[in-house]
Design a protein around this ligand. Sequence first.
Ligand code: SF4
Ligand code: SF4
Ligand code: SF4
Length: 253
Amino acid sequence: MLNGNGILFDVSLCVGCGSCAQACKEVNNLPETNKDFLKDHLSDNTFTVVEQYGDLYARKLCMHCNEPACESVCLVGAIKKTETGAVVYDADKCIGCRYCMQACPHKIPRYEWGTTKPRIRKCVLCNDRVNAGKLPGCVEACPTEATLYGSIEKLIAIANRRLKEDPDKYYQKIYGLEDVGGSHVLVISPVPFEQLGYVSMLPKEPMPEFTNRAMEKIPSVVVVGGAFLSGMYWLTKRKNQLAKEKKSNNGNL
Ligand code: SF4
Ligand code: SF4
Ligand code: SF4
């Protein structure tokens, strides 16, 4: 059962202007990564992209899964599904194991390889803006309402109505509604989703079900080894953090 808020992206209304990608950069203080936004890729500095497929344009971003695989594999609870629908990330809890990147069925999370304090990076559905009563940056910037934000119930009703009222215009499926247990980003389109680069043939079952089964098959030595390495990483990170705090406190005396 999907509750909370989400995004509905209608491929048929997208004119490929890139305002959403530009706005995402602005609200998240991200640097320019490609002069031609249509050639940009998801990265630690790009949380959403607009891709061109002939006359059509498709947005890619975190799907904000209802039962996120990324959350289910995170050993320390750094990734959380919130009541608003957003799947958010806490860099202070993250131990850098990157299991979330492996687990995501949509291949979304990216890692800050180039920094000394790397974080997992992805769209967080502008959770802070939403909690402050604002719209997500990409939604506010879209001039054609190709990207809508609101109650997921209403978005599903809008999508169903469009599919029903114009069956020749739309491929008869809402991408994300049932895939891997449903998500808070939904897409409707004139063509099948695999033609737009969306991950297709996903099971209806939430991915954590698969993850748990897969984890059961991993020899315990691997899990223990992974946990040990993760623990060492966390301890080193914590030690550095404490040393830094100590230095800055001394500086304040
Ligand atoms: S799309 Fe991937 S990163 Fe986003 S919530 Fe789902 S599993 Fe997590
Ligand atoms: S919801 Fe916010 S973080 Fe996500 S793609 Fe839109 S602007 Fe970027
Ligand atoms: S702002 Fe709207 S119309 Fe422009 S590329 Fe993004 S989704 Fe498409």
